[in-house]
Design a protein around this ligand. Structure first.
Ligand code: ADP
Ligand code: ASP
Ligand code: MG
Length: 811
C-alpha cells in the first residue's frame, strides 16, 4: 500500500479535485489518501476567528465566504446522487462552526483550544467532500488515531499510542481510505489539536511509517522539490533525487514544499518519498530516499530560506570561559516554547547569537533578560539585543562533505554582490551552511548563489541602460539580436532590468523585452532623473547588475559612485567620469576594486578599438608606457578628411554631427575638449596623474566661436570656411594633411593641429578612423599601432557591448 497526500491547492477547486480523483483511481494497490483543507481555507478560518475574537461583525462576511467556497466545490464536483448526503454532512459541520464563531464573537475570547477546534473544520469538511468524489473511498477521522500530548507548550505526537491506533484502524485496508490531514486530538482529554501549519504532510508520513507503506507521495502544485523557492527566484528547476538528510535540511530551513517533521517517520522506516504535481502528473517529480544521487556531482543540491528571522545576541566579557551560559540560554528559551533554528558562537565565547521567528523575538528577549538579570546588572552581560526583519539562507548538499572551498565560494559570491553576512553556522556534518542576512537582500542572495554554484547552468547579467540616443539604440539592437546566441552558446542571459532616456525610466526585475521597449518606456509613469535612476537601481537590489551609461551627461556620471558602492558594475560610454578630477577617477576605480565590481570605459577612447584594455595589459605585465601619440578624434579626422572644394568647414562639421561621429554638441570636439578628455584618460590609464588643466591646447578655431549658444555657433562658423579652404589648398599642394594629435610624452600632455607629410603613420587615416601609437619599454623602436574606426554609433555600441560581456565569466 502507499500513502498519497494532496495539499490545499490540489483540493482547492473543482478542476483540481478531478485530477485527484483520476490519480487515486488509477492506483492498483490500496491507498490511503490524506487531504488538506481547500487551498486558503485554513488561513480564512484563522482570520475569521481573529475577527470574531475581537467582536468584529465583519467575521460574518468571511464566514459566508467560507460557506460559499465549499458549496461551490460541492456543486461542481460531487455526483448528483451523493450531493444531498454531502450537503447534509457539510452543512451540519458549517452550522457547528457558525455557532462556535458566534460564541467567540459574543464573549470576545478566542482560546487556543477554540482556535484549534475552528481550524479543524477545514480538513474535516474537505475530506468529506473528496471521500464522496473518489469511487469506493472510505472516510476516516484522524482525530481518532493521531494522538498528541503537550510538551514545551506544543502539541507533540505520541508515537507509541498513535502507531498502535493507526495499525488497529487500518487493519483491514479498503481500496481507498480517505483521511483528513493536519488534525489530531489530545491523548488525555480528546480536545482537538493539530500538527502545525502545513501538517497534513506529517499526517501522511505518520500513516505511511506506522503501516510500512511502500512509498509516500506528496502531491502538490509544483513539479517537485526545486533548487530554491520558486516564489522568490525564477530560474529554479526540479531536483530529481535527494537524500532524506538533504530533504530534511532543506525543509527545516523553509522550503515549504514539505512540512519539516514529515521526513523523520518515513526516514526511520526507509520509505521513499515522492513529490509530484497534481496539475502535471506526467512530470517525474522528486524522489527522496536514503542515498542521494551522488552521480550528479554538484556540491550543493538546493538552497532554502526563511524570510521571517530575528537574530538575538547574548554578549558580554562575563561569558568567556564560564560554563553553563549556553545551557541557561537554551533552557530558558525551551521553557517558554521559543524555537531556535540557527545558533552561532565564536570560539572566543564572548557572544552567542541565535535566530528565532520575529514573532518569538520579544518573548525571547524577555525570558533571557530575566534569566541573566543579575549578570546584566553587574555589567557582565550586555542588554540582550534583537535584530528583526532579517532572513536566513541555507545551502544544502551531501556532496559538500569534505569538499574544500564551498564556504569560500559562497561568501565570496555574497561579498561581491554587496550582501553582508550577519551571522553564519555550519555543523560538522557539512551538509548545510546557513547564514543570516538583511531581508531586503534575500532575493539577491538566492539568485547569486543559484548562479554561482551553477545550479541553473545559466549565468545572468542584469543590465540597466541609460541614454537611448544613437549609441544606446544601437546597443539595444545588438543585444536584442545577440541575446539568443549568448544564451545558447555561452549560457549567458542578458536581462534588461532597467531603461532610461532623458524623460522616462522603466524598471522590471523579470526583464524588459527589447521588441517594444520604446513604446513601453514612453508609457512608463516614472520620470527620469539621475536620482530616480540611481534610487531605482539601488532599491531593486538585484544581483550581477551592470549600469550602462550611453549618455554624455555630467549628472549621470555623478551617480556612478553610489552605484559602485552598491556593488553595481558601471560600463560607461560617457567620458565624463574617467576624465573628471583625478581624485574622483581614482576613487571610482578604488571603490570598484574594493567592491569587486567593474568600472569599464573602453569606448571612451577610440570607440570599439581595444586601446584601454591594451594599455592595461601592457602595464599589468610590467611594461612602462613612455609615449602615446594619437589621433583620437574620429570627428575631427572625419572633418579634415571630408573637407574639399565642395565641402567647406561648416558643412563638414554638420555632416559629422548628422552622421553621429561628433558629440551631440560638436563644439566639444572642435574646441579640443573631447580630445583633451580622451588624452587625460589615456595618460591616467598609462599610469600618469594628469588633470584636464594640464593639457596644452593648440586649437584651430578661435575661442570666440565657442562663447555663445549652439545656435550662435552654427550661424558663425561659415565665416571660417574661406580661410580654411585656402589653407587646405596649400596643404594639398605640399602633399600634407592636417591631423589633430594628442600626445603624452613623459608625463607631459598636449593636443594640437599638426601637418603631417605622406611618410608619417598618421597620413593615411581614412574617414573617422583613429590611430594610436604606443611607445613603451618593450615597444620602443617600433611602437605599437592600433588603428581603425574610432567613432560611430555602431562600433561604439559594440565596444560597450564587449565591456558588458567582459563582466560575465564566459569563454
Ligand atoms: P500544499 O498546499 O500542496 O501543501 P504548499 O504551498 O505547502 O503546498 O507547498 C508547495 C509550495 O512550496 C510551492 O507552490 C512553492 O511555491 C513552495 N516552495 C518553497 N520552496 C520550494 C522548493 N524548494 N521547491 C518547491 N516548492 C517550494
Ligand atoms: N490546512 C493546513 C494548513 O494550511 C494543513 C496543510 O495544508 O497541510 O496549514
Ligand atoms: Mg504544504
Amino acid at each position: 500500500m502507499k500513502v498519497l497526500k494532496f495539499g490545499g491547492t490540489s483540493v482547492g477547486s473543482v478542476e483540481s479535485i478531478k485530477n485527484v480523483k483520476k490519480i487515486v483511481e488509477a492506483c492498483d494497490e490500496p491507498v490511503i489518501v490524506v487531504v488538506s483543507a481547500l487551498g486558503g481555507i485554513t488561513d480564512k478560518l484563522i482570520e475569521t476567528a481573529r475577527l470574531a475574537g475581537t467582536g468584529d461583525s465583519e467575521y460574518l462576511t468571511h464566514f459566508k465566504g467560507i460557506i460559499h467556497r465549499h458549496h461551490n466545490v460541492i456543486d461542481g464536483i460531487v455526483p448528483e446522487k451523493r450531493k444531498q448526503e454531502v450537503l447534509q454532512i457539510v452543512n451540519e459541520l458549517l452550522d457547528e462552526l457558525g455557532n462556535i464563531f458566534r460564541g467567540v464573537s459574543l464573549i470576545k475570547d478566542l482560546s487556543a483550544k477554540t482556535q484549534n477546534t475552528i481550524v479543524s473544520y477545514g480538513e474535516r469538511i474537505s475530506s468529506v467532500i473528496v471521500s464522496r468524489v473518489i469511487n469506493d473511498a472510505v472516510h476516516y477521522d484522524s482525530r481518532e488515531f493521531i494522538k498528541t500530548e503537550v510538551q514545551f507548550n506544543k502539541n507533540i505526537v505520541d508515537f507509541d499510542l498513535t502507531n498502535e491506533l493507526v495499525r488497529k484502524t487500518f487493519k483491514e485496508l479498503p481500496k481507498v481510505s480517505l483521511v483528513p490531514g493536519f488534525i489530531s486530538s489530545d491523548k488525555k482529554n480528546n480536545d482537538v489539536t493539530n500538527l502545525g501549519r502545513g501538517g497534513s504532510d506529517y499526517t501522511a508520513a505518520i500513516l505511511a511509517a506506522a503501516l510500512g507503506a511502500s512509498r509516500l507521495e506528496i502531491w502538490t502544485d509544483v513539479d517537485g522539490f526545486m533548487t530554491a523557492d520558486p516564489r522568490v527566484i525564477s530560474n529554479t528547476y526540479v531536483i530529481e533525487h535527494l537524500s532524506f538528510i538533504e530533504a530534511m535540511e532543506l525543509c527545516n530551513f523553509g522550503a515549504k514544499v514539505i512540512y519539516p517533521p514529515t521526513i523523520y517517520p518515513v526516514y526511520h522506516k526507509n520509505i521513499p518519498i515522492v513529490i509530484k504535481n497534481t496539475f502535471n502528473p506526467e512530470a517525474q517529480g522528486t524522489l527522496i530516499t536514503q542515498d542521494s544521487a551522488s552521480g550528479e556531482g554538484k556540491a550543493i543540491k538546493g538552497i532554502s530560506s526563511i524570510n521571517d528571522t530575528c537574530l538575538i545576541t547574548v554578549t558580554g566579557l562575563g561569558m568567556v570561559g564560564v560554563i553553563g551560559i549556553n545551557y541557561r540560554i537554551f533552557k530558558a528559551l525551551a521553557k517558554s516554547g521559543v524555537s531556535v533554528f540557527l545558533v552561532s558562537q565564536a570560539s572566543s565565547e564572548n557572544n552567542t547569537s541565535f535566530a528565532v521567528k520575529n514573532a518569538d523575538a520579544d518573548l525571547a528577549v524577555k525570558v533571557l533578560t530575566e534569566e541573566f538579570a543579575q549578570e546584566i546588572e553587574m555589567g557582565e552581560i550586555s542588554e540582550i539585543s534583537a535584530e528583526k526583519d532579517l532572513a536566513t539562507v541555507a545551502i544544502v548538499g551531501e556532496n559538500m562533505k569534505h569538499t574544500p572551498g564551498i564556504a569560500g565560494k559562497l561568501f565570496n559570491t555574497l561579498g561581491r554582490n554587496g550582501i553582508n553576512v550577519i551571522a553564519c553556522a555550519q555543523g560538522a556534518s557539512e551538509t548545510n551552511i546557513s547564514f543570516v542576512i538583511e531581508l531586503n537582500s534575500l532575493r539577491k542572495a538566492l539568485n547569486v548563489i543559484h548562479d554561482s554554484f551553477f545550479l541553473s547552468n545559466v549565468q545572468v547579467l542584469n543590465l540597466f541602460i541609460t541614454g537611448i540616443g544613437l549609441v544606446g539604440k544601437d546597443l539595444l539592437e545588438q543585444i536584442r539580436k545577440q541575446q539568443p546566441n549568448l544564451l545558447k552558446d555561452k549560457s549567458l542571459r542578458l536581462n534588461i532590468v532597467g531603461l532610461a532616456n532623458s524623460k522616462k525610466c522603466l524598471f522590471r526585475r523579470e526583464g524588459i523585452s527589447l521588441d517594444h521597449y520604446e513604446e513601453e518606456l514612453k508609457a512608463s509613469p516614472l520620470s527620469a532623473s539621475p536620482a530616480a535612476i540611481r534610487d531605482g537601481i539601488i532599491q531593486m537590489n538585484i544581483f550581477n547588475s551592470v549600469f550602462v551609461d550611453c549618455t554624455a551627461s555630467n549628472e549621470i556620471a555623478g551617480i556612478y559612485k553610489d552605484l559602485l558602492n552598491h556593488n553595481v558594475s558601471v560600463v560607461a560610454a560617457n567620458k565624463i567620469a574617467a576624465s573628471s578630477a583625478y581624485d574622483n577617477y581614482a576613487e571610482l576605480k578604488r571603490i570598484a576594486r574594493k567592491r569587486d565590481v567593474k568600472f569599464l570605459f573602453e569606448t571612451n577612447v577610440g570607440a570599439g578599438l581595444p586601446i584601454i584594455n591594451t594599455i592595461n595589459n601592457l602595464i599589468n605585465s610590467g611594461d612602462k608606457i613612455l609615449k602615446i601619440e594619437a589621433v583620437v578624434s574620429g570627428t575631427l579626422n572625419f572633418i579634415f578628411n571630408v573637407l574639399s572644394e565642395d565641402i567647406p568647414l561648416s558643412k563638414a562639421i554638420r555632416l559629422a554631427q548628422e552622421s553621429g561621429y561628433s558629440e551631440p554638441d560638436p563644439r566639444l570636439d572642435l574646441n579640443g575638449q573631447d580630445v583633451v578628455r580622451k588624452l587625460v584618460i589615456l595618460a591616467r590609464e598609462a599610469g600618469y596623474r594628469v588633470e584636464q588643466s594640464d593639457v596644452v591646447k593648440k586649437l584651430f578655431i578661435p575661442e570666440e566661436y565657442f562663447q555663445g549658444s549652439l545656435d550662435d555657433f552654427w550661424k558663425q562658423i561659415p565665416k571660417l570656411d574661406k580661410e580654411f579652404e585656402e589653407r587646405r589648398k596649400k596643404l594639398v599642394s605640399e602633399n600634407k594633411r592636417y591631423r589633430f594629435v594628442a600626445t603624452l610624452d613623459g608625463g607631459k600632455v598636449e593636443v594640437g593641429l599638426q601637418e603631417v607629410d605622406s611618410k608619417h603613420p598618421f597620413y593615411q587615416l581614412e574617414g573617422s578612423n583613429n590611430v594610436i601609437l604606443i611607445t613603451t619599454d618593450r615597444y620602443k623602436e617600433y611602437p605599437m599601432v592600433i588603428k581603425g574606426y574610432g567613432a560611430g554609433a555602431m562600433v561604439t555600441a559594440a565596444g560597450v557591448f564587449a565591456d558588458i560581456i567582459s563582466i560575465a565569466n564566459i569563454r
